[in-house]
Design a protein around this ligand. Structure first.
Ligand SMILES: NC(=O)c1ccc[n+]([C@@H]2O[C@H](COP(=O)([O-])OP(=O)(O)OC[C@H]3O[C@@H](n4cnc5c(N)ncnc54)[C@H](O)[C@@H]3O)[C@@H](O)[C@H]2O)c1
Length: 377
């Protein structure tokens, strides 16, 4: 089958942060065609935006329910095959649930839902429906992250013993100190963002990343969160100790009030014989440390890299690839799964990772609320 996969999009309108990343990513390997969607809950803005990006208006719907109703009337060969959910968090579950009920493949933004019970319900439905479900932890799509994952699995640093991940942003700092403004941001509103802001928004990226690259599972955690003001219900900063075992431990440090930081996500993994350091703001450089040997810096595009990293790189060495490319690699993995082609495990984050992310958020909040105690995950 060589026709493009028919993609629908929910959210991700002209006013959104992540919509453009998904649209460009879906085009990157010539595997998808955006055929319609509902990009914005305001019908005028929805249509104007769809016209602006060149989507025929006959499949641009005023709301999500109408999209399902009308798409289900189309013959299967014309119907959307996969739908990306790019709306604020509280809409992920009702949208993904209805999409699964009607047999669509789903690409959903993180955090997957607003509770782990919802996430588990999606997992159960997906197992019944046997459709593809991806959760876009974007950073797993970078070639050098995939290289790190493969090298750790191949024993390049020995058994992992220490992890230290930092995800520091500063964008909430000016907002949190303004009593009016902090009531206008959906990520700080529990009705729209879910139970957590910082941990849900970026802590989940750090959590997914540490399990993705180490191929290990966090067993226990202890969290200390900062809400900054008594009337603010959502965490904006946190330090989370994690244990994989008695002999492998570490920390996830996450903040959205790390003043003037941009998107400073760094990953440091240390094993018995070496370590890796990678930073999202310079994603083409992977530092490889080895006991008693000179430090190496690995970059994309070289033959000596793993096949998994090479297939995630489109250009010869020296041509930087960034966040759009990382998301493009995830869309490429999803395309392979939808078309029944062979793909490397880890080519796209799956529902299990989405469910783990929701358990993680709940356990972090439980640990903090119970007086910063160790909890099992
Ligand atoms: N993977 C990543 O790295 C990453 C980065 C940013 C955001 N996100 C996630 O993406 C999601 C969206 O975040 P954002 O920053 O783009 O939000 P945003 O507020 O910038 O955009 C949300 C979009 O959804 C639309 N929308 C709202 N309600 C809708 C409805 N009922 N029907 C259709 N469209 C609707 C809005 O009009 C807007 O276009 C969140 O879940 C967020 O956590 C992920």
């Amino acid at each position: 089958m060589n026709h493009k996969i028919r993609l629908g999009i929910l959210g991700g309108g002209g006013d959104s942060l992540i919509g453009g990343v998904h649209r460009i990513a879906s085009n990157m390997f010539d595997r998808y065609q955006i055929v319609g969607g509902c990009f914005n809950p305001n019908p005028t803005e929805n249509n104007e935006f769809a016209a602006h990006i060149g989507i025929p208006l006959n499949r641009v719907y005023d709301n999500f329910d109408l999209l399902i109703e009308e798409e289900m009337k189309l013959p299967e060969a014309e119907r959307m095959e996969v739908i990306s959910v790019l709306t604020p968090n509280f809409l992920h579950f009702p949208m993904a649930k209805k999409l699964l009920e009607h047999g669509f493949n789903v690409i959903c933004e993180k955090p997957l839902t607003t509770t782990s019970a919802e996430a588990l319900e999606l997992e159960k439905m997906q197992a019944e429906k046997q459709v593809v479900f991806a959760v876009t932890y974007t950073y797993t799509g970078y070639p050098m992250v995939r290289q790190m994952k493969q090298m750790i699995a191949a024993g390049a640093i020995g058994n992992v013993q220490k992890v230290d991940l930092q995800y520091y942003q500063g964008w909430i700092n000016p907002i949190i100190h303004d009593t009016h403004q902090r009531k206008t941001v959906w990520r700080l509103d529990p009705d729209k963002g879910g139970m957590s802001c910082c941990v849900g928004d970026i802590g989940t990226h750090a959590f997914d990343m540490v399990e993705y690259v180490t191929n290990l599972r966090v067993k226990q955690l202890l969290a200390d969160l900062n809400y900054r003001y008594p009337d603010n219900q959502m965490d904006v900063d946190g330090t989370i100790l994690v244990r994989f075992s008695d002999y492998c431990k570490g920390v996830l440090r996450v903040s959205q009030i790390a003043t003037a930081e941009e998107n400073n996500f760094t990953v440091q993994i240390y094993g018995e014989t070496g370590g890796f350091k990678w930073s999202q703001e310079n994603p083409n450089y992977l530092t490889y440390l080895q006991e008693g040997k000179p430090m190496q810096v690995l970059k994309p595009g070289y033959d000596f890299l793993s096949d998994f990293a090479k297939e995630a790189t489109k250009l010869p060495p020296g041509h930087p690839e960034g966040m759009y490319d990382a998301m493009g690699n995830i869309y490429n993995g999803v395309a392979k799964a939808i078309r029944g082609e062979k793909f490397t495990h880890g080519s796209f984050p799956d529902l299990e990772e989405g469910v783990r992310g929701m358990h993680f958020i709940e356990k972090v909040l439980e640990s903090h609320k119970n007086g910063n105690v160790w909890v099992n995950l």
